[in-house]
Design a protein around this ligand. Sequence first.
Ligand code: SF4
Length: 323
Amino acid sequence: MGTFSRPIIVLSRCLEMEACRWNGDVIRSTVVRELEPYVDYITTCPEVAIGLGVPRDPIRAAWNGDMLHLIQPATGRDVTEEMTQYATDFLDSLGAVDGFLLKSRSPSCGVKDVKYYHSAEAKAMVKEKGSGFFGGEVWERYSHKAIEDEGRLLNFTIREHFFTRIFTMARCRQLRQHGSMKDLVQFQAENKYLLMAYNQQYQRILGRITANPERLPWDEVVAAYEKNLGEALAEPPRFTANINVLQHCMGYFSDQLSRSEKGFFLDSLEQYREGKIPLSVPVHILRGYAVRFEEEYLLQQTYFQPYPAELVSITDSGKGRDR
Ligand code: SF4
């Protein structure tokens, strides 16, 4: 392990890149800055792109009968059509992409937590929440890709999952563009423990695709592999699945470690089980053992470093573990 393919990420431009919010603000996001040296961002501000200036009166998603509209209450302007058209045009022209990092709660970019108002009236109450007009179209087309907002990425479990997905999918995309059957076999082998943790059913499906018993052409094989890999990584691994893999890997060293070293590792596993520390902590300890005992097979496993080490951070919003 060592070099990582650069994920291509579509980013809401107001996240660190430009002061294009309705009130002229830029949103600070540590994760956007930390990722910047390792990814290629494609930025967009859909509201500026459809001609709403900066600053501008805010817009909101509001019901009009049974149709959801994008309205600027202060002016009465309805920009539903422009925004829908922009989302269609932007995504139609988008090339290969590995993930999306969008602004939370925005009626344009938001993915899931956007307020839908009862009506366009300035004082209307919130009826429910859903996706924004651009974020919703992203979700419709790319549900098999990593799509997150900056707010959710404050949680270390969600962040680990997002990073793992984008770097794994970027490597698979490189493989599709420049690789061979031999490279695919190696990719599958190096992701053995990662896939074991994520989804053992998909691990078997991917193994069958790699074996290619029907001698299908490369393009077909790698396309099927990429699609199924995206599905395999859709949900973060359950913490019990990670513990399983970690214990399994610990078996490589159990005869070589002292009682206190084993105790130290088992303590960290327990803290991980209780959600007090992120996965990266016990993984890092095991990786240290793999280096010390020159366990080459484990050192090649992406599970031990699915994304650049510089991105490992244990800061957390305190919201705890989802799974
Ligand atoms: S949330 Fe989206 S539309 Fe709103 S300012 Fe940010 S990039 Fe622009």
